[in-house]
Design a protein around this ligand. Structure first.
Ligand code: SF4
Length: 178
């Protein structure tokens, strides 16, 4: 059954409904995330299950996968990221337009996982900022869905001014991203 999303908080009366721009934009963004799946290994298979009919990511308005960074606003990193692949991941992130969010799925993407070796990046947050981490090796599709719900929460409540703030710019600068 298709459920219509709830209206944001506001004032309602006969024939009118008023809310703030922040809340209206937050509601629209939250329910129309376009994910870019950056899947390199086994966690990617769990993501495929998340997209299937049983778990059905489409219920959250996120069924439109974007394989072009320029049309994506949610980067989902799933799998082991070798250090050699780091610059590619970073380039993909830099090509995404603001506002953009990052979901790190599984132990490998979040911390290198079991691969504590010279060749594996020990967490993607060493090269790009991460908004939500999903634990597990591999995380179940329910956990990935939970991660997407957490991202939706952030998206809905984000102030429209956040991306222009000094704190945000400083945070990007700390990653060497301008
Ligand atoms: S966290 Fe586990 S399941 Fe996911 S990519 Fe790493 S080894 Fe594979």
């Amino acid at each position: 059954m298709v459920e219509i999303t709830k209206a944001p908080a506001g004032f309602e009366g006969p024939g009118f409904f008023a809310t703030s721009l922040d809340k209206a934009v937050g509601m629209a963004r939250k329910n129309s995330l376009w994910p870019l799946p950056f899947a390199t290994s086994c966690c990617g298979i769990e993501f495929m299950a998340t997209m299937g009919a049983h778990y059905d990511l489409a219920r959250f308005g996120s069924e439109r996968m974007s394989f072009s960074p320029r049309q994506a606003d949610l980067l989902m990193v799933m799998g082991t990221i070798a250090k050699k692949m780091g610059p590619v991941l970073r380039q993909v992130y830099e090509q995404m337009a603001e506002p953009r969010w990052v979901l790190s799925v599984g132990a490998c993407a979040s911390s290198g996982g079991i691969f504590d070796t010279y060749s594996v990046l020990q967490g993607i947050d060493r090269i790009i900022p991460v908004d939500v981490y999903v634990p597990g090796c591999p995380p179940r599709p329910e956990q990935i869905l939970d991660g997407v719900l957490k991202i939706q929460e952030l998206v809905q409540n984000e102030s429209l001014r956040r991306r222009d703030s000094e704190e945000y710019k400083n945070m990007l600068a700390s990653y060497g991203i301008s």
